[in-house]
Design a protein around this ligand. Structure first.
Ligand code: IMP
Ligand code: MG
Length: 176
């Protein structure tokens, strides 16, 4: 059955926001090299746009795969790392984590604990979306695109049951 998708954030609004985030990141990392770690899969389109807008030299781009949702729209509360990163890529490096959306905060807090244990020089978070009303773990988002209500959103990389990631705009699922 097709889902009822309601237009929420347009491609043009996203493009403008990505430029603003990249400008702030460039200001903050002047004279430094940056390692970007993107959390799969939801962040892949945001990552592709963001890194092309950043001028700071990127030492490397790595991917971390987590799993928490299954095919549900409510967080299971269980987060596991499906694909990890070598500790030497983190030790003594400036790390910028790129995420699509922070909901309960459990994925990011698990990731932070993992990355901090490898002693990065700095660790910051850039998330396109934030759902602060759903938080179960306090999280500082250093670079935040849009703060949104408790909607389940889709498109621009975000999925439900792996679908709709290809949509250029962001939609929310009509509460039925
Ligand atoms: P958290 O651990 O609850 O913060 O969950 C974060 C992850 O859940 C994100 O990286 C997304 O993959 C997924 N997620 C949370 N909210 C949504 C949503 O509204 N749409 C699609 N995926 C979501
Ligand atoms: Mg995700």
């Amino acid at each position: 059955m097709e889902k009822d998708l309601i237009p929420f954030i347009s491609q043009a609004e996203i493009t403008q926001k990505v430029q603003q985030l990249a400008q702030q990141i460039d200001l903050d990392y002047q004279g430094q090299n940056l390692t970007v770690i993107a959390i799969l899969k939801g962040s892949f389109i945001f990552l592709a746009d963001l890194v092309r807008a950043i001028s700071t030299p990127l030492e490397r781009i790595e991917f971390l795969q987590l799993s928490s949702y299954g095919s549900n729209t409510v967080s299971s509360g269980k987060v596991s790392v499906l694909q990890a990163i070598s500790p030497e890529l983190i030790y003594n490096h400036h790390i910028l984590l790129v995420e699509d959306i922070v909901d309960t905060g459990l994925s990011i807090s698990t990731t932070y604990t993992l990355l901090q244990s490898h002693q990065p020089t700095s660790l910051r978070l850039c998330s396109l979306l934030d759902k602060p009303s759903c938080r179960r773990q306090a999280i500082k988002i250093d670079y935040c695109g849009f703060s949104i209500p408790d909607y389940f959103v889709l498109g621009y990389g975000l999925d439900i049951d792996q679908k709709y990631r290809q949509l250029p705009d962001i939609y929310y699922l009509s509460p039925s």
